[in-house]
Design a protein around this ligand. Structure first.
Ligand code: DX5
Ligand code: ZN
Length: 220
């Protein structure tokens, strides 16, 4: 059975003990580190940016999955690519020239990701499927960690999977927000390839084990 890719979200780590938490991720079965950038405009919260990415790159051995919850992300693509991002996700709702933006992300040597807010239909992606490496389905309204999973997401993922198969599109489906062992199996059955998990990893008594459990959450 194929195992999902796992991306613990740095937003839920202990910022006063970042090196310790990054070491934990390094030793775990995680495939990526998820890095949430919030600008206080596109979303009602401010998180962190370039200086932290540079610090993280020094200590983290996993590739970094950068989730830009910012307006006008084109202005910062070069800086995030130079800062060491492996994947850069822009929000569909923040990109009037999505084709150009995704093309630029690939030119910079990164995987191109598009994030969709819970209310954004998947139909807007059909004309840019060839430019996308990863589709990030938001299962909460972006801006904060620790929110409840929106159940409608399951149907959205199943619909998206059908569209990808019908178009022979190899893009991965990533899910972000309220992901835990309680919904991981259902998400994987619906077609998810990659799980982002903040609180269910760093809020767990044993985060290493929480990552292991998510990695092995697909039931027979
Ligand atoms: C929310 C962020 C998420 C967040 C997920 O806007 O994009 O990546 O860190 O946190 P949990 O898993 O706690 O919902
Ligand atoms: Zn995120």
């Amino acid at each position: 059975m194929t195992q999902p890719l796992i991306a613990p979200s740095l937003l839920a780590a202990d910022f006063a003990n970042l090196q310790r938490d990054l070491e934990l991720v390094n030793q775990s079965e995680a495939d990526y580190l998820h890095f949430d950038v919030m600008d206080g405009v596109f979303v009602p919260n401010i998180s962190f940016g370039f200086p932290l990415l540079e610090a993280v790159r020094k200590h983290c051995t996993k590739p970094v999955d950068v989730h830009l919850m910012i307006t006008d992300p084109d202005r910062y693509l070069d800086a995030f690519a130079n800062g060491g991002a492996s994947v850069i996700h822009v929000h569909y709702e923040a990109c009037p020239h999505l084709h150009r933006t995704l093309t630029r992300i690939r030119e910079l040597g990164c995987k191109a990701g598009v994030a969709l807010n819970p209310h954004t239909p998947i139909s807007g992606l059909v004309d840019v499927l060839e430019q996308i490496d990863v589709i990030l389905i938001m299962s909460v309204n972006p801006g904060f960690g620790g929110q409840s999973f929106i159940p409608h997401t399951l149907r959205k993922i199943a619909d998206l999977k059908q569209v990808l198969v019908a178009n022979q599109c190899p893009a991965l489906i990533e899910v972000d927000g309220g992901v835990s062992l309680a919904n991981a199996d259902a998400l994987l059955r619906a077609g998810t390839d990659m799980l982002v998990a903040g609180n269910s990893v760093f809020g767990a008594k044993d985060p290493l084990n929480a990552i292991y459990q998510l990695k092995n959450s697909r039931q027979p």
